[in-house]
Design a protein around this ligand. Structure first.
Ligand SMILES: Cc1cc2nc3c(=O)[nH]c(=O)nc-3n(C[C@H](O)[C@H](O)[C@H](O)COP(=O)(O)O)c2cc1C
Ligand code: SF4
Ligand code: SF4
Length: 367
C-alpha cells in the first residue's frame, strides 16, 4: 500500500494520517498546528470572521471572556504562509452571515486551503448575527454560502453539530449544494449518527467530539467516518497514540476504516462484504433502502470485480470472493482461496475497499 492509497486524499493531496486538528477560536493558529504537525494530517485554523456581523459578535464574545481571533485577511495569509511546505493539509474555519465574506476569502487564498463554514458555534452573539448554528436552522442560507463557494472551485467543508436539526436532510442538502466535507461534532449521539449520515451521501465525513481513545476513533471509522478530529483533547500524547494506532491498523488490515458486516451494524460500504441475495437477512431491506435491485447488486459486484483477484474463489459459498466476508470473520474456504492465489488478507481488504467505492459511487450517482 502506498502513501497515496493508505488513507484518503483531500483538496487533491493524500493525508498522511486521518487525524484532524479542529478549530478553536483564539487558540488554533499556525503555531498550534506546527507543534502538533507530526501526528495530524489536516488542520482547520480559526475560527476567523469574514464580515462585519461575525466580527461584531466575536468582539462581544471576547469581551465576555472567550478567546477569539481578530485577524484580517493579511494576518490569515501570514498564518497560511507559516504552514506552507509542511505536510499538513490546511483548512480555514470561517464565520459569516452571507456568502460575500466567504467568497472574498476564496478569491484571496484560492485552492491552497479548504474553506470550512462554521455552522457549529452556538454562542448567542454569533447566532444573533446570523452566523454559526443560525445557519443550521436556516439551511437555505447555509446552502447559499456553499454554492457561492462552489462557484469558486474550492474545497468546501461544513462544520455542524449533530442532533440540532435533521442531520440526514441537512447532509443531503449540503452535498447537493456542492459541499465536499461534512465535519460533524457528534456531541452525545455517537457512531450511530455517523452511519446515518454515511448512508445518505458520499461526502467525506470528519467525526468530531471526545476522540481521546482508540476505541472511540475506531467506532467512528467502522461506521463511516473518513477522518476524526480533536479540539480539546489535541495534546501530543493523545495525537501520537491515535496516529500510531491507525497507521498500524491500515497496514495490518489493509483498509483503515473498514466497515462492520451489514448484519453487525455496518453502513452502506459494507455491501462489499455481503453475500448473494438468496436468504432473508438485512441485505434485502438494505438494497431497498439504497434503491438497488437484486439484479443490479449482483451485476454491479460481478462487473466491478471482473478481471480482478476478487473474481476468484470457486470453492467459496457463492463462487467468487466478491461475495465473501470481511477478513476478521473466520472462514476456512475464503482463506484457502486467498492462499491458493497468493493474496494476503490486507490486500484482499484493499480490493474490497475498491469494490465498496464502486458500489457507493453507483448508489449515489442518481440519488
Ligand atoms: C475554546 C473552543 C473554541 C472553539 N472554537 C470553534 C470555532 O471557532 N469554530 C468551530 O467550528 N468550532 C469551534 N470549537 C469546537 C471544536 O472545534 C470541537 O467541535 C468541539 O470542541 C468538540 O470536539 P472535542 O471534543 O475534540 O473538543 C471550539 C471549541 C473550543 C473548546
Ligand atoms: S448478505 Fe450476508 S453479510 Fe450481508 S447482511 Fe446478509 S448475512 Fe450478513
Ligand atoms: S466462503 Fe466464507 S467468507 Fe466467503 S461467503 Fe462463505 S462464509 Fe463468507
Amino acid at each position: 500500500m502506498t502513501g497515496d492509497t493508505r488513507f484518503i486524499s483531500i483538496n487533491g493531496r493524500p493525508v498522511k494520517t486521518p487525524i484532524v486538528l479542529a478549530s478553536m477560536a483564539g487558540i488554533t493558529d499556525a503555531d498550534y498546528v506546527l507543534e502538533r504537525s507530526q501526528h495530524a494530517g489536516v488542520a482547520f485554523i480559526g475560527g476567523y470572521n469574514t464580515d462585519e456581523a461575525s466580527r461584531k459578535a466575536s468582539a462581544q464574545m471576547q469581551s465576555g471572556g472567550r478567546p477569539e481571533f481578530d485577524a484580517d485577511f493579511n494576518e490569515i495569509a501570514t498564518e497560511i504562509a507559516m504552514l506552507n511546505g509542511t505536510d499538513i493539509i490546511l483548512g480555514l474555519n470561517l464565520r459569516g452571515a452571507a456568502p460575500e465574506g466567504f467568497v472574498a476569502a476564496a478569491k484571496r487564498f484560492g485552492n491552497s486551503v479548504i474553506y470550512e463554514i462554521d455552522a457549529h458555534c452556538r454562542q448567542q452573539p454569533m447566532i444573533d448575527a446570523g452566523c454559526g448554528e443560525y445557519l443550521m436552522h436556516n439551511p437555505e442560507k447555509l446552502c447559499g454560502i456553499v454554492s457561492a463557494l462552489a462557484k469558486e472551485g474550492v474545497t468546501i467543508s461544513v462544520k455542524i453539530r449533530s442532533g440540532v436539526v435533521d442531520d440526514r436532510n441537512l447532509a443531503k442538502m449540503l452535498w447537493k449544494a456542492g459541499a465536499h466535507i461534512l465535519h460533524v461534532d457528534l456531541m452525545d449521539t455517537g457512531y450511530t449518527k455517523v452511519r446515518q449520515i454515511r448512508n445518505v451521501c458520499p461526502l467525506i465525513i470528519i467525526a468530531n467530539n471526545s476522540v481521546t481513545n482508540t476505541d472511540r476513533m475506531m467506532d467512528y471509522f467502522s461506521h463511516g467516518a473518513d477522518l476524526v478530529s480533536l479540539a480539546r483533547g489535541a495534546n501530543l500524547p493523545n495525537l501520537q497514540t491515535l496516529d500510531r494506532y491507525i497507521r498500524a491498523t491500515a497496514e495490518e488490515v489493509g483498509w483503515y476504516n473498514a466497515p462492520k458486516q451489514l448484519c453487525r451494524g455496518g453502513d452502506v460500504r459494507s455491501l462489499t462484504f455481503c453475500c448473494m441475495p438468496v436468504k432473508q437477512c438485512p441485505l434485502l431491506p438494505a438494497l431497498e433502502t439504497f434503491k438497488l435491485s437484486r439484479e443490479e447488486y449482483l451485476s454491479l459486484k460481478q462487473s466491478s470485480t471482473k478481471e480482478t483477484m476478487l473474481a476468484e474463489g470457486s470453492h467459496t459459498c457463492f463462487g467468487s470472493l466478491a461475495f465473501c466476508c470481511k477478513s476478521t470473520t473466520p472462514c476456512m474456504f475464503r482463506d484457502m482461496t486467498l492462499k491458493s492465489i497468493n493474496l494476503p488478507k490486507n490486500d484482499y481488504m484493499a480490493l474490497k475497499r475498491t469494490l465498496s467505492e464502486k458500489i457507493v459511487a453507483h448508489i449515489f450517482k442518481n440519488a
